[in-house]
Design a protein around this ligand. Structure first.
Ligand code: FES
Ligand SMILES: [Fe+2]
Length: 401
């Protein structure tokens, strides 16, 4: 058996195939199988996408009080988010400026400051060095200018986004249209009533393309989602910016609402929003679910997410009742997520087969090629720029009709 060439020629060939998605007549076929297994493409994705993109990592409830922190890894880069005593959110690298020990392990907690476990240098919640023992004798060392390098962070409607590129253009402008359209859901006033962090054994794009369509609901979710939101329903897609697309999917029956003033139309549809590359949220009646699919390896994805509800839902509840509500929501999310995870891990096992190939897409999954187009545009950044306003959707729709 011969070993196929895995050199840069293969990356060029893959990019040639991806380039077709940004042409005026993009192909309505799925990604090449090697897009999910090529180490060179994965490196390019880390460099051109994940080291410079906005990713939703938490809900502000998870970083509510002074000293609350969240430590995680994006694209191999450790990251620390804190709420400081002024109420500001900070995002920074937790890597100690002395000899590179992370000052905090991955996870969540509350801290007054961060003390590096190695030689006990201490940093404030904003990343500034507070104390460094036995350093006075080194005249070259200036503690006043020593701080953990910062990343960009934005809070929008209670959602917390980070960007490893501290000079990244703001995300807010991309989301203004969504904020207006989703005004009745009062996203900023919602409370997180459940959250999860899961480890899926699949490439991040396998998970992200799946969340761009409800065609799979009849296959993966026959007893959970299918009865209320049947798979293969007509999907209406809007492509708002190089980063944001929205699509709606009809409910079988309009949702009952208790606290929100939703229009008839809003009660009749699930409103899905996707923020390139790997974040999405869906407003379904009075429930909102958010998800981010963060690559941890070429075939591993950390799934972070939460369930939101109007704050009135939990008003007057005691800690025990709140815990029960959380456990109920998280158990339900675990069932749905498990259905997707099992299926998508099977897909990941198959993409390495010699017989895996590109397939034709259905008109019932029109947001998928729009995602492909955004992916290709980001990977070909040096030679291609998406228009700032909508545009590519028309091309995708014409090839699907
Ligand atoms: S590596 Fe942090 S104090 Fe030495
Ligand atoms: Fe699903």
């Amino acid at each position: 058996m011969t070993t196929p060439n895995r050199g840069s020629g293969e990356l060029d060939a893959l990019l040639d195939q991806l380039r077709e998605y940004v042409t005026p007549q993009p192909p309505c076929i799925s990604l090449p199988p090697r897009a999910f297994t090529s180490p060179e493409l994965y490196e390019l994705e880390l460099d051109r996408i994940f080291r410079r993109s906005w990713i939703m990592v938490a809900r502000a409830d998870q970083l509510a009080g002074p000293g609350d922190y969240l430590a995680l890894t994006i694209a191999g880069e450790p990251l620390l988010l804190t709420r400081d005593r002024t109420g500001a959110l900070n995002a920074m690298s937790p890597i100690c400026r002395h000899r590179m020990m992370p000052v905090v392990a991955a996870g969540t907690g509350r801290a007054e400051h961060f003390t590096c476990p190695y030689h006990l240098w201490r940093y404030g919640l904003d990343g500034q060095l507070i104390a460094a023992t036995h350093m006075r004798g080194n005249p070259a060392f200036d503690p006043g200018t020593c701080r953990l390098p910062g990343f960009a962070v934005e809070q929008w409607q209670g959602f917390v986004f980070v960007n490893l590129d501290s000079g990244a253009p703001p995300l807010r402008t991309h989301l203004s249209r969504i904020g207006e359209d989703l005004g009745n859901y009062e996203l900023g006033a919602m409370t997180q009533v459940g959250s999860f962090v899961e480890d899926w054994h699949c490439n991040w794009k396998v998970a992200v393309e799946n969340v761009h369509e409800n065609y799979h609901v009849m296959g993966f979710h026959p007893e959970t989602i299918q009865p209320s939101t049947p798979g293969g329903s007509d999907t209406d897609v809007r492509d708002d910016s190089p980063l944001v697309l929205r699509f709606t999917v009809p409910f079988k029956e309009p949702q009952e609402v208790e606290f929100l003033r939703l229009t008839e139309q809003e009660r009749r549809q699930v409103y899905n929003v996707s923020v390139f590359p790997c974040t999405s949220f869906a407003a379904a009646g009075e429930t909102v679910i958010w998800l981010s699919f963060i690559p941890t390896a070429i075939d591993r994805t950390e799934v972070r997410g939460g369930i939101l509800a109007p704050s009135q839902t939990v008003e007057g509840t005691d800690a025990e009742q709140l815990q029960q509500i959380r456990e109920g929501n998280e158990a339900y999310a675990a069932v749905i997520n498990g259905e997707d995870q099992r299926g998508l891990e099977e897909v990941q096992r198959a993409v390495g087969s010699r017989f895996a190939g590109r397939g034709h897409l259905s008109p019932k999954e029109p947001a998928v090629p729009v995602f492909y187009r955004k992916l290709a545009a980001a990977l070909l950044a040096e030679e291609y720029r998406e228009p700032a306003e909508a545009g590519p959707l028309a091309a995708v729709q014409s090839s699907l009709s």
